[in-house]
Design a binder for this molecule. Sequence first.
Ligand code: SAH
Ligand code: F3S
Length: 443
Amino acid sequence: MLMLDGMTFHLETYGCQMNVHDSMVIEGVLRRRGLRSADGLGDAQVIILNTCSIREKAEEKVFGRLGELASLKERGNLTVLGVSGCMAQRTAERVLERAPAVDFVTGTETFPTIPRLLERILAGERPIVDVSTGHPLPEPAERSLDVNGFRAFVSIMRGCDKRCAFCVVPTTRGPERSRKPDEVVAEVRALAAAGVIEVTLLGQTVNSYRDGATGFAELLRAVDAVEGIERIRFTTNHPNDMTEQVLDAVASCPKVCEHLHLPAQSGSTRVLAAMGRGYTREKYLRVIESSRAWMPHVSLTTDIIVGFPGETEEEFRDTLSLVEEVRYDGAYTFKYSPREGTPAASLPDSVPVPVMKERLARLNERVRALSDEVNRGLVGSEQGVMIEALDVDGPWAVRGRTRTNKTLLLERAPGPVGSVHRVRVSRTRGLTLYGVPVPEPVV
Ligand code: SAH
Ligand code: F3S
């Protein structure tokens, strides 16, 4: 409709890669309806925050931001302020209560209808809440690509059925639903035709993907066959679904990168049981062993929570020893944050905040030292590197990424953004690798 034509929007994304993906879809529907990106915040007529609920801090950040934006609304250009995503889904009423400047709240399934909400608001209706569920999966009819246009996220499933005791995702994103494999492959083909060469398949537990006879292994093989795609990544995985079939597919599909993100959460079998993770420390370590048997140079990353209710010093040390044993390439570490409505929120024996902080610091110290060591072991090795940016500050101005998802800096670009080259790792600093292109063989 004409009313929306020419309006300017600004979109801010919080949280995980699924939210980044969803923001690209929102951007796509807005552009299709004639809206365009604002030059800056002050120029935006529509501002949307795509939000995250995973920890309390994530929600507090959004409330802080909404406070700032409310004053912008009083002073300037801003006509419509909207909130979408997990936090909207979880606590729409609280959002409106604490941030009365908000005009609409839309959930994790309804965001593709934002243009319709905008029309209603411009016609005088406000505030509008639509966090209804049970809709078809909100996948892109059209989407925006990232700045370079050669990488894209593809959502292959939504929701989660695992119900880990600490996690709000099953509430905010609903039950697990896999997309049709043909639809996924068609989307990847369309992306390839638009110039995309790297896709990341997304889901809360991608490796439990299933549609009839097609499991995640079969889907990987089908995506691997799409012409024009050079790299395939996927995240995140559940250790229990990392079957031999999936590992076989990851190892044998040439485009699928040898990197597994395998959230452990804890190294203590007692804590894992309390978390409802469905595996023991020993079972988790067997999955790691299997992964390395299929791919000796696989890069392994993880998520860890410290201070789950009742976690003792000894149980925390089990987590430290797990980290030592696996020797992760990297880990995302979190202090436990109680989430209303989750089973863990009513558990006794909460770990005092200073103890959590101290454990997190010790864990981070070990994680960093080990990734450092792992990376130093790569000096002298050759890596396939995709060029991502040519204008990083300083003499190492070219940034690339290895198949194992590590940042590698070069002094000079061996080719344009999006091209792939053999690079010899010359040194490392912290998590960053530095390298020199290996001369291409003359034919
Ligand atoms: N499948 C999801 C994982 C959930 S969120 C994904 O796509 O990444 C990512 C990580 O946040 C989890 O693996 C867990 O380590 C952490 N997390 C989830 N709930 C949490 C909580 N209540 N407190 C602290 N960390 C949490
Ligand atoms: Fe959350 Fe566990 Fe699912 S961490 S997203 S409930 S696998």
